[in-house]
Design a protein around this ligand. Structure first.
Ligand code: 5GP
Ligand code: ZN
Length: 112
């Protein structure tokens, strides 16, 4: 069994507030939202961070990026949204399974 928290969420071993799912990705609400809307998009494939993305992941990465506007729109974010990918300890990454933060709404945080 994987020790990775997001792999456990993907496997359904830990519950999540699921927003969207397909064969490649899962999107769920962040447990500690920093904005009105704060979702996490994770690939079902365990990739540690952007540092570990390979050329074989190009279709997956394109899929995730192209999905973001659609999901933002479905969340009512008509005026736009912010995406953040923390990479490595120096980038503030806490969960070492690649994820894209999707944030939006009136309480959108800054970068600090
Ligand atoms: P990072 O700093 O690694 O980019 O962000 C990890 C994010 O995962 C944080 O925003 C944190 O609130 C979120 N998170 C941590 N544990 C859980 C959990 O068990 N469930 C959900 N839904 N989000 C989590
Ligand atoms: Zn994982």
């Amino acid at each position: 069994m994987s020790e990775c928290l997001f792999c456990k969420i993907i496997a359904g071993e830990i519950p999540s507030d699921k927003i969207y799912e397909d064969e490649q990705v899962l999107v769920f609400n962040d447990i500690n939202p920093k904005a009105d809307v704060h979702l996490l998009m994770v690939p079902k494939k365990h990739i540690v961070s952007l540092n570990e993305v390979g050329t074989e992941d190009d279709p997956l990465m394109a899929h995730m990026l192209r999905l973001l506007p659609e999901i933002a729109k479905n969340q009512g974010l008509k005026d736009g949204f912010r995406t953040i990918i923390n990479t490595g300890q120096g980038g503030g990454q806490i969960i070492f399974h690649l994820h894209i933060h999707l944030l939006g709404g009136s309480k959108l945080p800054g970068f600090d």
